[in-house]
Design a protein around this ligand. Structure first.
Ligand SMILES: NC(=O)c1ccc[n+]([C@@H]2O[C@H](COP(=O)([O-])OP(=O)(O)OC[C@H]3O[C@@H](n4cnc5c(N)ncnc54)[C@H](OP(=O)(O)O)[C@@H]3O)[C@@H](O)[C@H]2O)c1
Length: 318
C-alpha cells in the first residue's frame, strides 16, 4: 500500500480508501448482513487500507465496527458523517437541530464501537444548507473536537445535484474544513479546475468519490453515460464509438480494464489524496486496490480522455 499525507491533518492514510456507502454498501445493498459485510472491512485492512469511510445514513457503521475488531485502532483512520437537514434525501430540508446532529455522532460512536472518530463530516451539503452549517453545526463540530470525540472536521458535497461543486467552492475558502469529499471521475473531471486548486491552497485533505460508480462499472453503462453527454453537447460523437466509447482503454496492453483505468485516472490527480472504492465483493476489492496502486495512465490515454471528455461536467456518473 502507498500512504499519503491527508493535507493539514498530517495523518498518513492509504491512497485507497474503503467506501462503505455507495450503491453496494459493503454488499448490504444486495443482501449481506453486517457480519458478512465486515469481512470486506477486515480484508481491506489486510490489504493495507487504513482509511475507512462510512456514514450514519449508510447503515454500515456496525459492519465497520465488527471489521475493525482486533485491529490496532490507533493505526486506522475512521471517517463518518451526519446529514445537515432533517432528511438527507431531500435537498432543501429543514435544518437539522444541533441536538440531533450531536445525537447522530453519539450513535455513530456507539455503533462503531469506538471512543472517537478521526474525521466527522457534515454530509451531502447543498449550497442552501451552508449558512446552517456555518452558524450552528460547525461550532458544534469544533466543540466535539475539543472534547476529543472527533479529530478532524470534514464536508462532503451532494455531487449528483451539485455537479459544479458550488458547496465546496464556497466552503473551502472559509478555511474551516480539514478534509473535503469531492465527486471526480473520467467523465466529469470538473473538480480539476474548481475544487482541487482551492484544496491545494488551503492544504485541505481530499477524498474522491464516484471514481467508478455506475457509469464506469461496465461497458454498457459507460455507453449509456456517453450517449447522454453526446446529447448534452459535451462529447463530440466523432471522437467515440457510441457502442463502446471506452473500449479503447483496455486495448492498450498497459491497461487491464475500464474499471482499472477509472481508478488510475483519479489516483494521480494533483490535489487528490484518497481514492474511495466501494464494493461488496472481496475479489473486486483486491482488484481495485491493485488498480489504485498501478502507475499513472499512459500519456496517450490521458490525452485522448482529455480530448473526449475535457468539456464534460453535466453528469455525475451516478
Ligand atoms: N455525498 C457523499 O458523502 C457520498 C456520496 C457517494 C459516495 N460517497 C462515498 O464514496 C464511496 C465510493 O463511492 P462508490 O461506493 O460509489 O464507489 P465506486 O468505487 O466509485 O463504485 C462502486 C460501484 O462499482 C462496482 N464495482 C466496484 N469494483 C468493481 C470492479 N472491479 N468491477 C466491476 N464493478 C465494480 C461496485 O459494485 P460491486 O459491489 O459489485 O463491486 C459499485 O456498484 C462510497 O462508498 C461512500 O463511502 C459519499
Amino acid at each position: 500500500m502507498d500512504y499519503v499525507r491527508l493535507g493539514r491533518t498530517e495523518a498518513m492514510v492509504s491512497v485507497a480508501g474503503l467506501g462503505c456507502g455507495g450503491h453496494s454498501r459493503l454488499g448490504m445493498s444486495y443482501g449481506a448482513a453486517s457480519e458478512e459485510a465486515s469481512r470486506i472491512v477486515a480484508k481491506a485492512i489486510d490489504l493495507g487500507v487504513n482509511f475507512l469511510d462510512t456514514a450514519r445514513s449508510y447503515g454500515t457503521e456496525e459492519a465497520v465496527g465488527l471489521g475493525i475488531r482486533g485491529h490496532d485502532r490507533s493505526k486506522l483512520f475512521i471517517s463518518t458523517k451526519s446529514w445537515a437537514g432533517t432528511d438527507l434525501s431531500n435537498r432543501n430540508p429543514d435544518p437539522l437541530p444541533v441536538a440531533d446532529f450531536v445525537a447522530n455522532l453519539e450513535t455513530s460512536l456507539r455503533t462503531l464501537g469506538t471512543d472517537y472518530v478521526d474525521l466527522w463530516h457534515v454530509h451531502g451539503v447543498s449550497p442552501q444548507q451552508l449558512d446552517h452549517v456555518y452558524n450552528e453545526l460547525l461550532p458544534e463540530m469544533q466543540r466535539q473536537r475539543d472534547l476529543g470525540k472527533i479529530r478532524f472536521i470534514g464536508i462532503t458535497e451532494a455531487f449528483r445535484e451539485d455537479l459544479h461543486h458550488e458547496t465546496l467552492r464556497q466552503a473551502l475558502p472559509t478555511g474551516e474544513f480539514d478534509v473535503a469529499m469531492v465527486g471526480f471521475n473520467l467523465i466529469n473531471a470538473g473538480a480539476r479546475k474548481t475544487v482541487f486548486p482551492l484544496a491545494l491552497k488551503q492544504d485541505v485533505g481530499t477524498l474522491i468519490m464516484f471514481a467508478v460508480r455506475r457509469a464506469l462499472n461496465s461497458a454498457e453503462n459507460a455507453a449509456e453515460a456517453v450517449a447522454q453527454l453526446i446529447e448534452l453537447g459535451e462529447v463530440d460523437p466523432a471522437l467515440v464509438d457510441p457502442a463502446d466509447p471506452l473500449g479503447f482503454l483496455a486495448e492498450n496492453p498497459e491497461i487491464k480494464s475500464q474499471v482499472e483505468a477509472a481508478y488510475r485516472f483519479c489516483r494521480y490527480e494533483p490535489g487528490a489524496h484518497v481514492v474511495l472504492t466501494g464494493t461488496g465483493k472481496e475479489a473486486h476489492l483486491e482488484e481495485n486496490v491493485a488498480s489504485i496502486l498501478a502507475p499513472p495512465l499512459p500519456s496517450e490515454t490521458s490525452d485522448r480522455l482529455a480530448r473526449i471528455f475535457g468539456q464534460a461536467t453535466s453528469i455525475s456518473g451516478e
